[in-house]
Design a binder for this molecule. Structure first.
Ligand SMILES: O=C(O)C1=C[C@@H](OP(=O)(O)O)[C@@H](O)[C@H](O)C1
Ligand SMILES: C=C(OP(=O)(O)O)C(=O)O
Length: 445
């Protein structure tokens, strides 16, 4: 976890020339959380290769251990989980510290909700501001009970129901975390639990639950996708290879596009169609991104991205793509800064409830660096500078948000005067090797 007592770590990146080389980004965060959780519910040994060893995923591992699973590290990215079986989670003796991680919190709440146990969830100041009502609501309908800080925030104590009651739940927000929380509760609930999503969100839970042997049906209906899990499932242990995280790849990708003369290959990037929005949008903006060696890794489409710097043009980004690149918008805002003309990005209200209010924080930081921006209730308009560097010369607050810290670090690569990120420690939540990787491409730290 980001240690509040330790000193903040200021960071500034610069580029003396083009970026070049081949790098591999760390394992996908969403898939890593799920591999640990489903392994913890299977009886027998699940083997995971390429697990993201970032603080968020380590928080999930620690919580699963506290509830009785045997979770061990066999080597770099190589983990073993001996699960307790669906229904077998034990009551944790102390509060579960979720650190900075919304995914850990909401998905584990789903698991606890259908077990006869009580667990308290705590987190850092960023996570403690984030809305949990969106999972409290459906899980209450399933029979779980809650005591939470005002506004359904952490600290939050959840007592599960056993048996829980199956529901059919229409997602009021496009959220894979809420969808997954309900499906995970449904795993140990007699009968069929359904979630209806109007807009498709990342489908890693559905794919991986099937791989573990659960019955998950997906049907398209007039209301949207209906995902149904048949409860009291038995999960079989799996061997999982985690593909590289497209949300992490976004940073070296945008860096390569905006530093003139750069040619960079980012190997092994997950391109699940519910996650590949950034690549599609950047290509619409004229970005030169080639996909090489397209293949399937661990049941997910993967490719190497070959990126060449070049001009970008501002566009209106269709709001429907938002769920397929929700965590990549801060990086897209940086790319839009160097486009010709304005880029309009809307339908992004969810960005306001991430680790920080990513619309407000990015707008303020970009303005401080001399970029023309217009903040909208649900998005941002960036007035691109064409090929021209930004003035920079500002210190930007990262607000305990890894993606804000990495976005402004990348902006510094094309700034006339340094862009300083006040505290880079949050980067360790999702991308512990960000700085060595950027150095390898030629950035100066
Ligand atoms: O399910 C997941 O693994 C995630 C879903 C998204 O959150 P929401 O479900 O809140 O949109 C995303 O922002 C988060 O980083 C990871
Ligand atoms: C929103 C994010 O993660 P989480 O919700 O798990 O904190 C993120 O990684 O950008």
């Amino acid at each position: 976890m980001t240690d509040a007592a330790a000193e903040p770590l200021a960071l500034s990146l610069t580029a003396a020339g083009p970026l070049s080389g081949t790098v591999t980004v760390p394992g996908d965060k969403s898939i890593s959380h799920r591999a640990l959780m489903f392994g913890a519910l299977a009886v027998g040994e699940t083997r995971i290769e390429g697990l993201l060893e970032g603080e968020d995923v380590l928080a999930t591992a620690a919580a699963l251990r506290a509830m009785g699973a045997d979770v061990t590290r066999a080597g770099a990215g190589s983990w073993r989980v001996h699960g307790v079986g669906v229904g077998g989670l034990l009551q944790p003796r102390t509060a579960l510290d979720m650190g900075n991680s919304g995914t850990s919190t909401r998905l584990l709440m789903g698991l606890v909700a259908a077990h006869p146990i009580t667990a308290t969830f705590i987190g850092d100041p960023s996570l403690s501001k984030r809305p949990m009502g969106r999972v409290v609501e459906p899980l209450s309908r399933m029979g779980a009970s809650f005591a939470a800080a005002p506004g359904n925030r952490l600290p939050l104590t959840l007592t599960g129901a056993c048996p829980a009651v199956p529901i059919r739940y229409e997602l009021p927000v496009a959220s894979a975390q809420v969808k997954s929380a309900v499906l995970l509760a449904g795993l140990n609930t007699p009968g069929r639990t359904s979630v209806v999503e109007r807009v498709p969100t990342r489908d890693h839970s559905e794919r991986m639950l099937r791989g573990f042997g659960a019955t998950v049906e997906v049907e398209e209906s007039a209301e949207g996708r209906v995902i149904t899990i048949t409860g009291e499932a038995e999960l079989r242990p799996q061997t999982i290879t985690v593909p590289g995280d497209p949300s992490s790849a976004a940073f070296p990708l945008v860096a390569a596009l905006i530093v003139p003369g750069s040619r960079v290959t980012i190997a092994n990037v997950g391109l699940n169609p519910t996650r590949d929005g950034l690549v599609r949008v950047l290509r619409d903006m004229g970005a030169d991104i080639l996909l090489a060696d397209e293949r399937i890794v661990g049941g997910e489409p993967v490719a190497d991205l070959m990126v060449t710097a070049g001009p970008l043009r501002g566009i209106e980004v269709p709001p429907e793509v938002a769920p397929s690149m929700i965590d990549e918008y801060p990086a897209l805002f940086i790319a839009a800064t160097f486009a010709e003309g304005k880029t309009v990005m809307r339908g992004l209200e969810e960005l306001r409830v991430k680790e920080s209010d990513r619309i407000a924080v990015m707008a303020a930081g970009l303005a401080a660096c001399g970029v023309g921006v217009e903040e909208l209730p649900d998005g941002l308009i960036v007035h691109g500078r064409g090929g021209e560097a930004v003035p920079g010369g500002a210190t930007v607050a990262s607000h305990l948000d890894h993606r804000i810290a990495m976005s402004f670090a990348v902006l510094g690569l094309r700034a006339a005067a340094p862009v300083v990120v006040d505290d880079a420690r949050p980067i360790a939540t999702s991308f512990p090797d960000f700085l060595p990787l950027m150095r390898r491409l030629g950035a100066r730290v």
